[in-house]
Ligand binder design. Structure first.
Ligand code: GLA
Length: 391
């Protein structure tokens, strides 16, 4: 039995313990963003992949306006509320993400009449693999399917994003939800967050696998520091707008305009803006490289992104830096960077399949020696997006 079929089997058993109905089952993946770090809310280009691990939702409708929510992640506790009680001020912890998705779908579709819902995930939680956007997206898909709503993927992306922004209060861009809904096997999604274009570029899994290495340091500061980075970029933008007419996002600022006007920015804003300007160039180089099947060049861009996140965006940690250095020291590793917002969590590396064993040995041993922390490597190739699982 595969890991996912084990999760489905356990989920069905857990569901039967708290609901008399037969559930339908939905899956949404996690994601790793390979290039385009902190670019979505700056109107830039992002280049994520969906992963084969993610969130599983087991759900059945009720007709008494009650929402009964359980998750393996809240250890047997059942959250019970009326639909009318869904409100952003309730948002609390893990349940807040599920409630947020129900709130956003109800605001838009007015379809809920009651639900029993059980959630499980095989993604490490809060490790930069988008466990939260994954669960929110899976619940949005669940509601659309259970209530026969004819929603396209853009509408579901929008609602999943709204749930995190308005209910949970994280000012994220649309990177995570877009990667989750639009991910396709063996491709990197190139999504332009300003022009809204999407292209799937090839990533041949016989030449490159994605290694995810967990620093085992959880992202304590992630949501507060993340919101601060968003605010710093917003403030840099509004200063630049005074000198550059028509500028709508930092991604549109040219290197020349930045050089001319950067003395108006604070030291911190200068660094954040420099990261954005450089990342615009890296995503261009990276896209060109993937189109030419030049994975080495794409990987070099990923590593350069990591060092920019460390020095200019200041979202890395010592542990993530050690993992990136250990990864890129292995012959056969094309490049590595922290994945997600930063402040802890995981590193994603692109590695030739023949170097897998050597990579695991070197990275885990070096990390143990340098930090005294044990870690493991998980292997992925780009996977498909959100779906219903037939049981
Ligand atoms: C988090 C956010 C995304 C994106 C990344 C950084 O994952 O949820 O919207 O901003 O950080 O690239």
């Amino acid at each position: 039995m595969t890991k996912s079929s084990q999760i489905v089997k356990n989920g069905l058993e857990q569901f039967a313990e708290f609901s008399p109905s037969t559930p339908r089952v939905f899956f949404a993946p996690g994601r790793a963003n390979l290039l385009g770090a902190h670019m979505d809310y700056n109107g830039g280009v992002v280049m994520p992949v969906a992963l084969s691990k993610g969130s599983y939702v087991f759900a059945a409708t009720r007709s008494d306006n009650l929402l009964r929510i359980r998750s393996r992640q809240f250890e047997g506790e059942t959250v019970e509320l009326k639909i009318s009680e869904l409100h952003p001020q309730r948002a609390n912890g893990w349940a807040g993400y599920i409630e947020g998705a129900l709130w956003a779908t109800q605001q838009r579709w007015q379809c809920l009449q009651g639900l029993d819902i059980y959630v499980d995930s095989d993604l490490p939680i809060a490790k930069g693999l988008s466990s939260s956007a994954s669960v929110v997206s899976a619940v949005v898909k669940t509601v659309a399917c259970l209530f026969d709503i004819d929603a396209d993927r853009d509408e579901m992306i929008h609602l999943a994003h709204l749930a995190e922004n308005r209910y949970v209060g994280v000012r994220c861009g649309v990177l995570d939800q877009t990667a989750i809904f639009l991910g396709e096997q063996d491709t990197v999604l190139m999504f332009d967050c300003l022009e809204l274009t999407r292209v799937h570029l090839p990533l041949d899994s016989s030449a490159a696998l994605i290694a995810i290495i967990d620093s085992q340091v959880s992202r304590e500061l992630a949501s507060s520091e993340f919101n601060i980075r968003v605010a710093e970029c917003t403030s840099a933008l509004s200063t630049m707008q005074k000198d550059v007419p028509g500028l709508t996002c930092l991604r549109e600022l040219s290197a020349k305009q930045f050089a001319e006007h950067k003395n108006k920015l604070s030291a911190v804003e200068k660094k954040r803006t420099q990261h954005v300007i450089d990342e615009v160039q890296r995503t261009r180089r990276g896209a060109k490289a993937l189109r030419a099947n030049n994975i080495a060049e794409f990987g070099a861009c990923m590593t350069a992104t990591h060092y920019s996140l460390r020095d200019l965006f200041e979202v890395s940690t010592d542990e993530l830096d050690i993992l990136v250095k250990a990864s890129t020291d292995v012959e056969g590793c094309y490049g590595a960077r922290l994945t997600g917002a930063g402040f802890g969590g995981c590193v994603a590396a692109l590695v030739h399949p023949q170097a897998q064993a050597e990579f695991e040995k070197h990275v885990c041993q070096t990390y143990q020696q340098r930090t005294n922390i044990e870690t493991t490597v998980q292997w992925f190739s780009p996977a498909g997006g959100v779906c219903e699982i037939t049981i």
